[in-house]
Write a protein that binds this ligand. Structure first.
Ligand code: DGT
Ligand code: CA
Ligand code: CA
Length: 588
């Protein structure tokens, strides 16, 4: 879509302007880019229908930017962007993807050492040239090398949150063909892994040729790797590959089982089949008659019948990692993992009172449409100045606004909640900062007045393990703290976890009744699946939050739920699956 391309250009303009120390404009471009990215309608359609005026009505987009959008739609580029790039021809996206490198560093690296891309950067760092630059030093040079190594390790994998919306779009398009009978995603996408190598889609159809021709003619394809009657592979503009497989109906279930994986799960499953005198493959489950080299088909039309014939309960795709799910399925002991519709509200939302994009009212409207019973506003607090964190006084003012909105919602519950015979409410929390010494940046008597308190580490993330663990545990002991946000601090493809002793954190959480967050933001997914499993086993409660700072981000909940399912979490483990009263009691 044009939206993403223009958003990318706007982000780059913002970075270039920031390098030149221009005031305000960079933020304006960033905001416009964020809004473009989250727009569901293609910008070209909006322009065709309503002209320049319609563009100006998009939040964050004024006259000047509307004209730039039109320029892009007509010429495929934006002159101002080209001029900025000519002056400093660097690969901005690549360089700023290294943790700790901001636009001003990019500028200085280019001016002093002519560094244009990641390769130049690595060479200069390894040669010890960066430490000699003013404002850089040895520590920065080491951090840069660490950042590059981290990037390389995650290369070639894409975030679930980048991929899934596109997969849904492709599947919807294919579904519109009447020749498609069955269609589903498989592979790591179906298992909802946090990162994805490539996308696998399986179909059955009455007319393979027509479907495949349609598939390879979709917009956004930059390469066709292969086009055959059973398998077609393409690469999309976003950089990842999609394999489409056409299957006979009789094999659909066994193929879906096989291509969903994981490989490790499949290996164990195949062995179980062998021990029973059966043979399992993507073509079906067969009975092998010894000596005769004869195979009789016994199952394969659906996945469920394959598992059943092997004597297993059906494991949800998110569980299929050979982490004990096969043993559990053999003994009727699979967990009853939470469902995608079990979440009743979201407790980690940034409003426009701090760095967020939308008002509390706008966010609440979306939450109600999603069928939520409550929404918790938890803006950053004062230590985070760049995020316009709120101080004690502002928190008190915000409480008044929330009270006002709440009385409004109570008088007039929306239709969906009327049907459920319940009302919607806004809760007030905050996301406070755990300072270096483990104290919280907001006074206790202000924390006390909130419905709940989230706190997280947002500074000095490179502390040694013992110190960091102590810091977090001290914060957990503050009786006002209810939820620890993004507990390990990792950013996918960018930053490692903090050095922490997670077992100690779990013990402290249990002791202090602190709830650990499963942050659904695509780059975070923190806690991850493994840690969720450990928390559950330790009897620690969790909450799945989005950390939304735009109303469109509320949909990220799906990714957090997916990881919770991968971590075997059940409704009893996740407080925002509980009845509201019970949850509020826990947060008291
Ligand atoms: P990805 O794409 O790296 O995120 O991960 P997957 O799991 O989607 O892996 P992919 O696309 O290479 O293959 C899709 C599925 O096909 C995989 O989950 C299991 C199955 N599969 C692929 N190769 C093998 C194999 O060598 N042995 C077995 N048993 N299954 C395999
Ligand atoms: Ca795959
Ligand atoms: Ca594949």
């Amino acid at each position: 879509m044009n939206n993403q391309e223009i958003a990318k250009i706007f982000y780059e303009i913002a970075l270039y302007l920031e390098m030149q120390d221009v005031a305000f404009k960079p933020q304006a471009y960033e905001r416009a880019a964020l809004n473009l990215e989250t727009l569901s309608e293609d910008i070209e359609e909006i322009y065709k229908k309503g002209g320049l005026k319609a563009l100006e009505e998009i939040p964050g987009i004024g006259k000047n930017m509307s004209e730039k959008i039109v320029e892009y739609l007509k010429t495929g580029k934006i002159k101002e962007h080209q001029a900025l790039r000519k002056k400093m021809p660097v690969n901005l996206e690549e360089l700023t993807s290294v943790e700790g490198i901001g636009p001003k560093m990019v500028r200085d690296l280019y001016k002093n050492l002519k560094i244009k891309n990641l390769q130049d950067l690595e060479k200069a760092a390894k040669a010890g040239k960066i430490r000699k630059l003013p404002n850089f030093g040895l520590k920065t040079e080491q951090n840069i090398l660490e950042g590059i190594a981290f990037l390389k390790r995650s290369k070639g994998r894409f975030l679930l949150g980048e991929i899934l919306p596109i997969v849904y779009e492709i599947i919807d398009k294919l579904k519109s063909l009447k020749e498609i009978k069955e269609i589903t995603e498989a592979g790591s996408v179906r298992r909802r892994k946090e990162t994805i190598g490539d996308v696998d889609i399986l179909i059955t159809t009455s007319n393979p040729k027509k479907v495949i021709d349609y598939f390879v003619s979709m917009p956004g394809i930059v390469k066709i790797w292969g086009k055959g009657p059973t398998k077609t592979s393409i690469r999309l503009r976003e950089g990842f590959d999609v394999d489409l497989r056409v299957l006979p109906e009789k094999q659909f279930g066994s193929a879906l089982q096989y291509f969903t994986g994981s490989k490790e799960h499949n290996i164990v499953l195949r062995k179980i089949a062998m021990d029973k005198g059966l043979k399992l493959s993507e073509y079906g489950l067969f009975k092998v008659t010894r000596g005769k080299r004869q195979e009789t088909w016994i199952a394969g039309k659906t996945e469920k019948e394959v598992y059943k014939a092997l004597g297993l309960d059906y494991p949800e795709p998110e569980l299929r990692e050979n982490q004990g799910e096969i043993e559990a399925a053999l003994k009727n002991k699979l967990p009853k993992i939470i469902g995608y519709k079990d979440i009743l509200g979201d407790l980690h939302i940034q409003s426009d009172w701090n760095g967020g994009e939308n008002s509390i009212e706008e966010l609440s409207e979306v939450a109600q449409k999603m069928g939520y019973q409550y929404l918790g506003i938890s803006d950053h607090t004062k230590f985070l100045r760049i995020e316009h964190g709120l101080n004690e006084k502002q928190l008190a003012q915000q409480r008044k606004e929330i009270d006002k909105l709440n009385s409004k919602f109570k008088i007039d519950p929306p239709e969906i909640l009327r049907k459920q015979n319940s009302k919607f409410m806004i809760l007030q929390g905050c996301e406070a900062n755990i300072l270096a010494d483990g104290s919280i940046d907001i006074k206790d008597d202000s924390l006390e007045k909130l419905d709940y308190v989230i706190a997280g580490v947002h500074s000095q993330m490179k502390m040694p393990k013992e110190k960091m663990t102590k810091r977090i545990i001290k914060a957990m002991k503050n009786p006002h703290l209810d939820i620890l946000s993004h507990p390990t601090g990792r950013i996918l493809k960018r930053r490692e976890e903090y050095q922490i002793d997670f077992d100690k954190i779990l013990r402290a959480a249990k002791e202090t009744k602190t709830i650990l967050e499963i942050n659904s933001f695509p780059e975070r997914l923190d806690l991850n699946d493994q840690n969720i499993r450990r928390a559950k086993e330790a009897g620690v409660k969790m909450v799945i939050n989005t950390d939304a700072h735009h109303k469109d981000h509320l949909r990220f909940m799906e990714y957090g739920i997916a990881q919770a399912r991968r971590g075997w979490a059940e409704k009893k483990d996740i407080i925002n699956c509980w009845p509201v009263e019970k949850m509020l009691k826990m947060l008291k």
